[in-house]
Design a protein around this ligand. Structure first.
Ligand code: ADP
Length: 502
């Protein structure tokens, strides 16, 4: 990557917009800055796209879709995606460092979780490019009916800041495999790695205009993209609140929409579980990525018989979590992504106290020194004595705050677990195999983890029920979001149609 500078230095990086294969300033000439959340220092200055730039990007994506890209074979699309996955692997050390510098996630996570999964997604969908097929349908009479599976066209993709590069990969890889063109809007908090990805996309040989990347604010660039009459589909990952705005904006043009939104996942521990494993799983469920995960196991249901023992062990182990410099390999938890996010977490801790929950651990900002005293850090936080109706159990906090709720038996549990507007994911810890599968059926959520948590693979679908959204990312299901089915009828009889006479 030509303009790469070592991440974590004080020098400010600069990025332009990627439109029609060119790196350009925004029409307004405006820029915005993105801080390193561990220190508050400016990491990069980025061109600020808005409606005018979105218009240009959509026009470029349309030209590419109707032109060059439509003439490129599926095999070549696959080869470009594969090349891109290899380039990402080659540059994974710098990309992981930049992801950590922009988002705050520990380098251990960006290096060993985010980057490998980014490469995996492009590699997986590279294989799909040549396997997107229609069908022949056994219709009656002397007729031949077949389907074509075609790209939907120009896709607007709006992504969040919690897994900046991985969310770009989840969206771009299936869309490109299916032959679409794209206008991608990264989150304003974390635009840096998407812009670096743009350079690798060019290097992988994608023609100009196939992928356009326009960073900017949600209310301006994002809103203009969602409402744009020139796009055929909008794909969004982010909060349920903004998801509703996107769906409303898209409704005016009846643009196709897929939404991957918030969650308030139940992570459930039965007394017959391996408690040590369940404690590890509870921590993985809520503290991974500083709790900024839509499928975080934020409602921790623990069966009453083991509750005290479980909480003691959870407290003991959580106390060992190292919060601090995210660039340090020994760190388990970095800062929240922004001051705004930190304020949100703090306000929910206050709400929890007012609602009568008990602080078991955390509940404050840690005291860090030196460069990190201005970072947006929060302690791993555990509240017990939470009731499922409380706001901290119903509203998405998106931070390292878990609510422990006690339950008596399975019936009582299933009812409470489903009492939420969300339905993204759920976890269960038990040694009873029939209970585990009964639970998997009974919970209204798109992903269920049994004796594990936060497992992902490019081949496995991910997405929500209820207000957690619709559509599925990854796996072959993602291709459905990026293809249209066309039905073609052919008369084989050669006879005139006699319906209205000869
Ligand atoms: P969070 O609440 O987790 O910060 P958001 O849902 O606000 O996440 O943001 C996710 C993405 O949606 C970001 O890229 C953001 O810029 C974008 N966004 C925010 N508001 C709007 C909007 N009104 N229209 C379109 N996109 C938006």
């Amino acid at each position: 990557m030509s303009s790469a500078q070592p991440a974590g230095t004080n020098s400010t990086r600069k990025y332009q917009l990627l439109i029609d294969g060119q790196w350009v300033d925004s029409q307004s000439g405006k820029t915005f800055t993105t801080p390193n959340p561990a220190t508050g220092e400016t990491l990069a200055e980025v061109a600020e796209g808005d409606k005018a730039d979105i218009d240009n990007a959509v026009a470029a994506a349309r030209r590419a879709f109707e032109g060059k890209w439509s003439r490129i074979s599926a095999r070549d699309r696959g080869r470009m995606l594969y090349k891109l996955s290899q380039l990402i692997e080659e540059h994974s050390t710098e990309l992981a460092a930049l992801e950590t510098a922009d988002n705050g996630k520990p380098i251990k996570e960006s290096s060993y979780v985010d980057l490998p999964q980014v490469a995996e997604n492009f590699e997986y969908f590279a294989g799909w490019a040549t396997k997107i097929e229609g069908e022949t349908i056994p219709v009656p009479g002397e007729m031949f009916n077949y389907t074509l599976r075609e790209p939907v066209g120009v896709c607007g993709q709006i992504i969040p800041w919690n897994f900046p590069l991985l969310m770009a990969a989840w969206k771009l890889a299936p869309a490109l495999a299916a032959g679409n063109t794209i206008v991608l809007k990264p989150a304003e908090q974390t635009p840096v790695t998407a812009m670096e990805l743009g350079k690798l996309i060019q290097e992988a040989g994608f023609p100009e205009g196939v992928v356009n990347i326009v960073p900017g604010y949600g209310e301006t660039a994002g809103a203009a993209l969602a409402a744009h009459p020139g796009i055929d589909k909008v794909a969004f990952t982010g909060s349920t609140e903004v998801g509703k705005l996107i769906a409303r904006a898209a409704a005016d043009n009846l643009t196709k929409v897929s939404l991957e939104l918030g969650g308030k996942a139940p992570n459930i521990v039965f007394a017959d579980a391996d408690i040590e494993q369940a404690v590890n799983g509870a921590m993985m469920g809520i503290f991974f990525n500083q709790g900024q995960v839509c499928c975080a196991g934020s409602r921790l249901f623990v069966q009453a018989d083991v509750k005290d023992q479980f909480i003691d062990r959870l407290k003991e182990k959580s106390a060992k979590i190292v919060v601090g410099d995210p660039m340090d390999k020994a760190t388990n938890m970095g800062p929240q992504v922004s001051q705004e996010q930190l304020n949100r977490v703090k306000s929910y801790a206050d709400i929890a106290r007012t609602e009568g929950a008990t602080v078991v651990a955390g509940g404050e900002c840690p005291t860090l020194t030196g460069a990190f005293q201005n970072g947006y850090f929060y302690q791993p936080t555990i509240f017990s004595d939470v009731k499922n109706q409380m706001r901290i159990a119903q509203e998405e906090i998106f931070g390292p705050v878990v609510s422990v709720i006690s339950f008596e038996n399975e019936d009582d549990l299933i009812k409470q677990a489903n009492e939420t507007i969300y339905g993204l994911s759920a976890g269960i810890w038990t040694s009873n195999i029939t209970r585990a599968h009964r639970f998997a059926k009974a919970i209204k959520a798109g992903v269920i983890w049994i004796n594990t948590y936060n497992m992902f693979n490019a081949a496995s679908p991910f997405g929500g029920y209820k207000q957690s959204g619709y559509g599925r990312e990854m796996g072959k299901h993602a291709l459905e979001m990026y293809t249209n089915v066309k039905s073609v009828w052919v008369d084989l009889s050669g006879k005139p149609i006699g319906w209205f006479g000869k």
